[in-house]
Design a protein around this ligand. Structure first.
Ligand SMILES: Cc1ncc(COP(=O)(O)O)c(C=O)c1O
Length: 376
C-alpha cells in the first residue's frame, strides 16, 4: 500500500444515530414526554413492560433491567456466587467487560482462544482450560453471531459448569433457532447506544429461564433489599431507569427490521468483496446473525484504516489488544503467542459501517474504496 491522493467524495460514518432518530422521532419524543409527565423515573410500568418484552423476545421467562451490560454480567456472576478462588473461562478476544467483570467479582478469568472464522470461543479448546476451580463459562456472541452453543452447553453440562451468555452484541441473534441468552443460566444484554437496540445512555438487561436465579439477580440489583430497608444479602444499585426503558420499548418494535437491514447491508458488502483479498465475515449457517458489526480482515490494517479515514469512511478496530495480553491481567502470565487466533484478529480486523440506514450508494462507496486501497 502506498500513499494515494485524498478523495473524500462522500462521508460515511461508522454509525449514524441521527438517521435512526429522524426515522422514529415522534414516537421517541412522545415516550420520553410521557415518562416526564408521569414522574415515575425509577422502576414503574415502562421498566416492567420492557423486562417482559425483552424476556419474550429472547425466549426467556424473566428479564431484569440493570444499569449496563457490564452490570448485567456482574449481577449474573454474583447471583451464581462466583467470587474469590473461582475460575471463569471466557474468550481471549472480546470487549474488556467479558473478562473484567470476572475479576471485578473476585474471580480469575481463564482465557481460551477463538475460532478464527467466527471470532467466538473455540469449543474444542474449552475442556483443556477446565480445572477443579472452574465454576462457569462466559460465552461471548461477538459482533452479533452466536458461538457454538450446542458444543459449549454440552461441555458445561458434562463438567457441571454454569453458562453465562455475554449477548451484549447479540440481542435477537439465534443458534439453531434458540435466541441468544436463552441457553445458559443467564443471558446478558447491553443497551449501549451503538448496539442494535441502543439506549440514549447506558443500560443493560439479564434474562433467564430460572425463576430462583432471576429473583436473586433482581434482589442484588437493588441492594439486596426485601422488604425495603431489610437486607439479607449485600447488593448494589444497578437499575435501568424509566426514561431509557420507555425509549427502548419504542426501538424494540423496530429491532427486527433494523437487524434485517444490517444483514442485507452485509450481504451487499459480501457480494462486492467476492473474489478479492478482503477477508469477509463468516456467517455460520446455523445462526441468525444480527450484524452488530461487519468486520473484515485485511493485510496492513492500520494503513487501510488511515486511508479510509481520509476518504471520509468511519471504521473501528475491535479490539487492538486481546484480553490475555492486557496489562491488568499480566499476573496471569500470558505471553505473545499463547492465543494466536486472538492475536491475529487483533492485528488484522477492521469494522466497516453497517448500520441499517446506510444507502446502497454509501455501501458501494465504502467497498470500492477498500478494494482500491488494497490494490495500491
Ligand atoms: C461483548 C460485550 N460484553 C459486555 C459489554 C458491556 O456492556 P456495557 O458497555 O453496556 O457495559 C459490551 C459493550 O460494549 C460488549 O460488547
Amino acid at each position: 500500500m502506498c500513499a494515494m491522493p485524498t478523495r473524500a467524495a462522500m462521508t460515511v460514518p461508522l454509525l449514524d444515530l441521527k438517521a435512526q432518530y429522524a426515522d422514529i422521532r415522534t414516537d421517541i419524543d412522545n415516550a420520553i414526554r410521557s415518562v416526564m409527565e408521569s414522574t415515575r423515573f425509577i422502576g414503574g410500568p415502562e421498566v416492567v413492560a420492557l423486562e417482559e418484552e425483552i424476556a419474550r423476545y429472547s425466549q426467556c421467562a424473566h428479564g431484569i433491567g440493570c444499569a449496563s451490560g457490564t452490570d448485567a454480567l456482574i449481577l449474573a456472576l454474583r447471583a451464581l456466587n462466583i467470587g474469590p478462588g473461582d475460575e471463569v473461562i471466557t474468550s481471549a478476544y472480546s470487549f474488556f467487560a467479558s473478562a473484567g467483570t470476572i475479576a471485578n467479582v473476585g474471580g480469575t478469568p481463564v482465557f481460551v482462544d477463538i475460532d478464527p472464522r467466527t471470532y467466538n470461543l473455540d469449543p474444542h479448546r474449552l475442556e483443556a482450560a477446565i480445572t477443579p476451580r472452574t465454576k462457569a463459562v462466559v460465552a461471548v456472541h461477538l459482533y452479533g453471531q452466536c458461538c457454538d452453543l450446542t458444543a459449549v452447553k454440552a461441555i458445561c453440562d458434562k463438567k457441571k459448569l454454569f453458562l453465562i451468555e455475554d449477548a451484549a452484541q447479540a440481542i435477537g441473534a439465534e443458534w439453531e433457532g434458540k435466541r441468544a441468552g436463552s441457553v445458559g443460566e443467564f443471558g446478558c444484554f447491553s443497551f449501549f447506544p451503538s448496539k442494535n437496540l441502543g439506549a440514549a445512555g447506558d443500560g443493560g438487561m439479564i434474562v433467564t429461564n430460572d425463576a430462583e436465579l432471576g429473583d436473586k439477580a433482581r434482589l442484588l440489583r437493588e441492594h439486596g433489599s426485601r422488604p425495603k430497608y431489610y437486607h439479607a444479602i449485600v447488593g448494589t444499585n444497578s437499575r435501568l431507569d424509566a426514561l431509557q426503558a420507555a425509549l427502548l420499548r419504542v426501538k424494540l418494535r423496530h429491532l427486527d427490521r433494523w437487524s434485517e437491514a444490517r444483514a442485507r447491508n452485509a450481504a451487499l458488502y459480501d457480494s462486492l468483496f467476492e473474489g478479492s483479498r478482503v477477508g469477509r465475515p463468516y456467517h455460520d449457517p446455523r445462526t441468525r446473525h444480527i450484524y452488530n458489526q461487519y468486520v473484515i480482515r485485511i493485510p496492513n490494517r492500520d494503513a487501510m484504516r488511515q486511508a479510509l479515514t481520509e476518504r471520509g469512511v468511519g471504521t473501528e478496530v475491535y479490539y487492538p489488544v486481546p484480553l490475555h495480553l492486557q496489562k491488568c491481567f499480566s499476573m496471569l502470565g500470558h505471553q505473545v503467542g499463547d492465543m494466536p487466533h486472538s492475536e491475529a484478529a487483533a492485528l488484522e480486523t477492521l469494522a466497516l459501517p453497517i448500520y441499517p440506514e446506510l444507502t446502497e450508494e454509501q455501501i458501494r462507496y465504502v467497498a470500492a474504496n477498500v478494494l482500491e486501497i488494497l490494490e495500491h
